[in-house]
Write a protein that binds this ligand. Structure first.
Ligand SMILES: [Zn+2]
Length: 234
């Protein structure tokens, strides 16, 4: 048992237990997840999961931080102001974590296979803004929740770790299109398919994840001598 207190002055008691968690019945569902900044996650089903709204608390946080900066170092007022900042920050963090728990639980409950892109790839996006830093922290937290919940419930989390142009490839015909600036949210392929940028990326992540999983399974199941059709790609 561990007792701790966070910067917002809240006491926590954590209890470490060992228990056996029964896996969920096998599901026929599979989902690809594209992580984003304005939209937290776009699913291959077409669903968009937004970030929780913190507008009010974010404005309060900016005000409280300004007030803190004006207080004399070492003063009692400074300690009070610091506690206020910590409390608002904790509310934002708690709300975000709650949101990520709900999303990860739902994804794991409804799907046997969950494919997400490698975060080191996503991190290549230049990170200059606070919003992006926060998004990235959220992605890591979500990924970690998906990881342990998948293990608990007998699901597979597939990390698509190849650098592939998930948003630039048509998920219907596989054709790569030219440059796709970030402000283009939807596009039409020559094959006639029209794509929402993020849904198309999520579909490609799902396809890549399923292919990776098939290859991994094939390596286990097929005899070594058989010509390796297991590695066959489209
Ligand atoms: Zn196409």
């Amino acid at each position: 048992m561990t007792v701790s207190r966070d910067p917002a002055g809240r006491w926590f008691v954590s209890i470490l237990v060992e228990e056996t968690i029964d896996p969920l019945p096998t599901s026929s569902g599979s989902v690809g997840v594209d992580l984003g900044i304005t939209t937290l996650a776009t699913l291959s089903t077409g669903e968009k999961v937004l970030n929780p709204r913190n507008g009010h608390d974010e404005r309060r946080l900016v005000k409280a931080q300004r007030a803190l900066a004006r207080k004399a170092p070492g003063s009692a007022n400074r300690a009070k102001a610091r506690l206020k900042v910590a409390k608002i920050y904790a509310r934002i963090t708690d709300r975000r974590r709650d949101h990520l728990h709900k999303l990860s639980t739902r994804l794991v409950r409804d799907n046997q296979v969950i494919a997400v892109e490698d975060l080191t790839v996503s991190s290549m996006i230049k990170n200059r803004h606070l919003a992006r830093a926060i998004s990235r922290a959220g992605w890591h937290e979500l990924r970690s929740m998906l990881d342990y919940k998948s293990q608990w419930y007998g699901r597979e989390l597939v990390i698509v770790d190849r650098w592939f142009p998930s948003s630039k490839m048509c998920s219907s015909c596989g054709t790569h299109r030219g440059p796709l600036p970030l402000d283009i949210r939807s596009w039409e392929c020559a094959c006639g398919a029209s794509h929402d940028r993020d849904v198309n990326a999520a579909l490609n992540i799902l396809a890549a994840g399923l292919a990776e999983r098939r290859n991994a399974c094939g390596a286990d199941v097929r005899p070594q001598r058989e010509p390796s059709r297991a590695g066959g790609r489209r």
